[in-house]
Design a protein around this ligand. Sequence first.
Ligand code: SDX
Length: 431
Amino acid sequence: MTDTQKTAQLSLNGETYELPVFSPSVGPDVLDIRKLYAQAGVFTYDPGFTSTASCDSTITYIDGEEGILLHRGYPIDQLAAKSHYLEVCYLLLYGELPTAAQLEDFETRVTRHTMVHEQMHNFFRGFRRDAHPMATLVGVVGAMSAFYHDSTDIADPWQREVAAIRLIAKLPTIAAMAHKYSIGQPFVYPRNDLDYAANFLHMCFSVPAEQYHVDPILSRAMDRIFTLHADHEQNASTSTVRLASSSGANPFACIAAGIACLWGPAHGGANQACLEMLKEIGSVDRIPEFIARAKDKNDPFRLMGFGHRVYKNTDPRAKVLKQSADEVLELLGVENNPLLQVAKELEQTALNDPYFIEKKLFPNVDFYSGIILEAMGFPTAMFTPIFALSRTVGWISQWKEMIGDPQNKIGRPRQLYLGETARDYVDIENR
Ligand code: SDX
């Protein structure tokens, strides 16, 4: 934490309290209110955490007004263009871009952890075939703490490291198994001769009956999607992982909690919901009807893939994904995909509509990703599992940062209580 010279004064009930002010490397100052309740006997109130910093961190910085996203200081558009997912994983986990030797060692360690315990295959067979893959992912990842006991002691730095590598390595295998299980095809083992993205495509799309050739175009697009979803500051699912970890729960249980939170349509579930919305709209001439619904306060409908708690200008990831959608669909020969046309027309219509302009609603990371994933052959139910496997490195990096912080303590918010004050029990005959 930076040494603070600045303070803020709070006048309350005739008293004045001095609050330390901390200045970040970049971004808004923060008021340190840790002693506020002890000194002034009051809580602060911020249900959606719109103005609350839950921690300090050195991993990811977002500037919502400027549409900036930095991972350890490197802009996301540069990482998407010049790096690749496992290198970004190294950067997020260890803070610096790796040397060639460090990267080779890291990639080898991840590659050698991609298989899951053979007993886990039986675990899958307890689910219904039509279970949503996110339900399977939550269950199987949580169950990893029942298979990998030698990497659950969070007090042991070596076990923390092994758990991190295991989660990054095994999430694609587990997500691919959830997909295969849902379509009644046999599980496909990972291959050590394939890179991370190619291996995932292989485990999802190859079948024993014939050779599967990984298309390098799809593999590059897959890797870019992983990179664009890797981490995003203190979003809902990352905050869930941090809060779960603050009680000392094992990393597998905490990541399972993050997966559960990500599933919601307001968060990572928006990519599936967005594609379903685009299909419901169906053609550009129905766009005005849906724009009107999105603006109607009496209609719960929202434009999925639009809006963001932090980005009030543009989501830099959406820009890269829009370019990638054009490239991938053209390379796949489906550039005239009607969904892409509807998405582009919807974006232009919304961006020129006073309602969306005034409320600063722009396409977010989930607006174009589904179009690419569908063109690559994934069912919509696999979109959020792909988001989850991509975000695992972000969750784990934030988890490592928190567990390694000596100031780390259990998260325990308070409340504004509006319920009944104390009253005596009433016997049932008197009610
Ligand atoms: C992700 O936090 C992260 O970093 C998340 C994420 C990550 O990488 O981890 O970026 C990933 O979750 C992206 C967001 C995916 N979700 C969606 O696309 C679902 C649709 N969007 C929304 O539900 C909404 O925009 C949120 C949840 C994303 C943000 O909600 P906020 O910040 O709480 O904003 P809000 O709900 O208070 O909305 C502000 C106003 C409201 O109108 P008023 O009450 O002020 O009149 O804007 C309106 C909302 O009704 N509004 C929308 C809208 N989103 C907000 N109106 C129509 N369509 C929308 N999509």
